[in-house]
Design a protein around this ligand. Sequence first.
Ligand code: GLU
Length: 500
Amino acid sequence: MLSLAKKRMSVRVRFAPSPTGPLHIGGLRTALYNYLYAKKNGGEFILRLEDTDQNRKVEGAEQYIIDSLRWSGLLPDEGPSMQGAFGPYRQSERRAIYEKYIIELIDRGQAYYAFDTTEQLNDIRAKHEEQKKSFKYGANNRIEFNNSLSQSHENTQKLLKSVPYVVRLKVTPGKVIKVKDGIRGYIEVQSEEVDDKILVKNDGMPTYHFANVVDDHLMKITHVIRGEEWLPSLALHQMIYEAFDWSPPEFMHLPLILKPQGKGKLSKRDGEKMGFPVFPLAWEESKGFRERGFLPEALINYLALLGWNPGTEEEIFKMDQLEKIFESSKIQKGGAKFDFEKARWINHKFLEFTEQKAVFERFPEFIKCLPAHWSEKKRSAVYELLRDRLFLLDDLRIESRLFLNDPEEYDSKVMNKIEKHNPEKIIGQFIQFAKNSVSVREWKNEIQKWNEKEGLPFGAIMQSLRLALVGNLSGPDLFDICEVLGNEITLRRLEKFINH
Ligand code: GLU
């Protein structure tokens, strides 16, 4: 008995995207918070595709959502093309279920058929607008329209067979709808403020609101965690639950993700303008976080902090830690500003502690900038030298150039600065070391000895060497560079500098 009761209480959350385009990182964050909430509470995370709006369906979007969740490590416990006792998990495959439940609602006197044509309704709306009045199809006027409440039973039956119709919710006036949001507290709405919303459209498909409530109920969802943009629908959803006499799940509406600067929601255009990705994976011409060189676990870490915080100063978390410490009470109310620099910094931290071997195995597309003809040892050595400098995996391509190509030109500012210290002479000395096969590890000592007589500033010596080898003042430790380049290439670069 006890175990049954416990089982019934078990947390079930769902991520319910509509395949109307690529998954935005805001959507991925919603999925993540659902996932973490499920894991934290030993519950189930369900993927449900809300694809009843045939006009808005976008080719490839469903697969994109599934791929993005997989790449991010947010694997559902139940979902389309998976086992699960509450399927199908694609709403377009649940039509018969919605048909059954809409009949139930009509039989309960909580919904009714309406035969008004779009033109008729548009006309009425336009007339209201002319008079600067707002129009609501509801308790005050529903009897004046063409529906099963205003028509006789026989007429209704005839119309049902001959003209297209919708089904509307019959909102009871004079009620206070009180709903609780786990993040924002109680919200009260007067039922008159809600119109008799369409629940089934004239193509026989349910609207988002109806399908969403029916499915959350049938799939035994205990907590609905979704974006703030759905908060205005909450009262309506509550009314649908009440119309069925079902007890609603708990709700949490997540704060918006805001533009890095200025006001408003983060958009795809912000990313294009400022050069950061807003999708987890590439979509059409837009590169995703993956293609820009993010480790999925770093993106997850960043998104976890975008609207939630652990209440400590700590900022780097792996998924298994997040699963333990995630608490919905620490989700913030206010919008969260997107900060690409912070996302990059977190990725940098993950690159710092992720073993090289793992990076090479998991991200070959980024490692291929280290030529295949290099020995394993050299490829590893180069990666290790550059690792501290990488924020995105794609930085490896740029940072490794110094090992691939001899400098084509030399930074003229540095050149002008060191000119008076006779860089040819300095480099001439290093050439001697290279020719005499003096080990690179000895170069520093040897050049210091040589400089006892010369008395040159040591900085100028090192800058000359760096300019000769790299062409500018960037890059990791110079002697490390020489060691990886090897004697032959080092010598070639030194001589090229002298000839220049
Ligand atoms: N299909 C809705 C969306 O794409 C789901 C909203 C909800 O989670 O209830 O945002």
